[in-house]
Design a protein around this ligand. Structure first.
Ligand SMILES: Cc1cc2nc3c(=O)[nH]c(=O)nc-3n(C[C@H](O)[C@H](O)[C@H](O)COP(=O)(O)OP(=O)(O)OC[C@H]3O[C@@H](n4cnc5c(N)ncnc54)[C@H](O)[C@@H]3O)c2cc1C
Length: 410
């Protein structure tokens, strides 16, 4: 690299962490600015009433290759930190779909044909439809919503209610009537449609979110001499100058609603969707039959058994739940779970959890008007909705570009 590149990364969410690690690994001197006291951004640990919780219940998939690789790179072992389970969707006695331990795509075919609560006619029609999507390489009409896509395909039965719609809400955090069919198809391509069976596995964290990546990554960066400036919000960016410091390149890895302050030329054109996580503690003896449960079409919520009797219920996207007070929302989740009243409860609401993944959404390019300033963040990874994997991939991409730009003569 000749003279050592000095690269600033603004924001220590998963995109900023990925960018900082990639730059440091390439030999750059990295300065990481983070407004919050800790790293992790929208996927971080929080301490509430003496308990370490996550700011929101997250679910990862085996398809998150770059995320898992980044964890390994900084010394966090995904094998130990996740409970890896073959995909299984249960909804009381009404619906069951389990993917068996067979090579892809046999696992999907067997899972679909063996699904409980779905007619044979619907199973066969769905298998043919999915094959057709594969043949078309998951390319769809960009303007279509998920609901329109499912309507056009005659997907109006049990699989729509218990599989496609809940998956759409979980992955895109946007109601099927408003969600972009093409983005949903990309998620299906890299999970159910992947040639690797493991891509559909559910990865349920066994440890608080901070331990999965933010904490080991900060330790890894510190060992490599990175300058970690936690609790320092960047207020002004002029070219590659932050306050009175000059950098060879800058990666801006903040959420889109924080961007206009730093880069007024990139307006925030997104609308946002909330997520609430309701933690219910039932005591160590309580265990769900499967660690992930969809709580029913009415609630659009998933319950995750976090071990030791703690259940995390994630409620995705706008809905009538937003008008409920915390106690009423917790009571609604407890009702849906059918386990009675918990010993302890806590509600965490993230009002701008993700951008709304609507059809025809314009996503900013990761390159900016300045040749040495780049964007990273889930919203810049146009192939995906707002996900950890999109954030990590975007961070890696911005890092490679910043390293290249640092090599060019000024
Ligand atoms: C409750 C919830 C549940 C979710 N569930 C899932 C899930 O199950 N699976 C999944 O894949 N994804 C999920 N997501 C989405 C996922 O968390 C995000 O896509 C991802 O964390 C975005 O990372 P990011 O680095 O792009 O942005 P952010 O996490 O927003 O990071 C941006 C960082 O920049 C910092 N910052 C902002 N301005 C400045 C400034 N001026 N100076 C310095 N620092 C600044 C912020 O403090 C923040 O730390 C969920 C999100 C939420 C909120």
């Amino acid at each position: 690299m000749g003279e050592q590149a000095r690269i600033a990364v603004i924001g220590a969410g998963w995109a900023g962490i990925a960018a900082a690690v990639t730059c440091a690994d390439a030999g750059a001197a990295v300065t990481l600015f983070e407004a919050g006291r800790g790293a992790g951004g929208r996927a971080r640990s929080v301490n509430i009433a003496g308990r370490t919780l996550d700011n929101g219940q997250h679910i990862l998939l085996g398809a998150y290759h770059e995320t898992l690789a980044l964890m390994r790179q900084v010394g966090a072992d995904p094998q130990r930190m996740f409970s890896r389970r073959p995909l299984c969707l249960l909804e009381g006695d009404t619906f069951q779909l389990r993917l068996p331990n067979l090579p892809a795509p046999l696992h999907l075919a067997a899972g679909l044909l063996g699904a409980h609560g779905v007619s044979w006619r619907e199973k066969i029609r769905t298998a043919l439809w999915m094959q057709g999507i594969k043949w078309r390489k998951f390319r769809l009409d960009q303007t279509q919503s998920v609901a329109e896509w499912l309507d056009a395909a005659g997907q109006t039965g049990a699989l729509r209610r218990h599989l496609w719609e809940p998956l759409c809400l979980a992955a895109l955090n946007t109601a099927p009537e408003q969600a972009c069919a093409q983005l949903f198809a990309h998620v299906l391509r890299d999970s159910l449609g992947s040639p690797q069976r493991e891509a559909t596995d559910l990865l349920l964290p066994r440890v608080p979110f901070g331990e999965l990546l933010p904490e080991p990554a900060l330790a890894w960066l510190a060992q490599r001499g990175a300058d970690l400036r936690l609790g320092q919000r960047v207020r002004q960016l002029a070219g590659t100058r932050i306050d009175d410091e000059d950098f060879s390149a800058v990666i801006v890895a903040v959420a889109p609603h924080h961007l206009s302050r730093l880069l007024p030329a990139v307006p925030d054109t997104f609308s946002y969707e909330p997520i609430a996580t309701v933690y219910l503690d039932y005591g160590a003896q309580t265990v769900l039959p499967f660690p992930l449960r969809h709580l029913g079409a009415g609630t659009a919520a998933w319950a995750v058994d976090r071990g030791q009797g703690m259940i995390g219920c994630a409620i995705s996207g706008h809905g009538d739940w937003e008008t409920l007070a915390d106690n009423a929302l917790a009571a609604r989740m407890a009702d849906a779970l059918g386990l009675g009243a918990p010993h302890w409860q806590q509600v965490i609401r993230e009002k701008r959890a993700t951008f709304s993944a609507r059809p025809g959404l314009r996503r900013p390019d990761y390159r900016t008007d300045h040749p040495c300033v780049f964007l990273a963040g889930d919203y810049t990874w146009a192939d995906y909705p707002a996900t950890l994997e999109g954030a990590v991939r975007s961070g890696r991409r911005a890092a490679f570009a910043a390293i290249q730009a640092s090599k060019r003569p000024a």
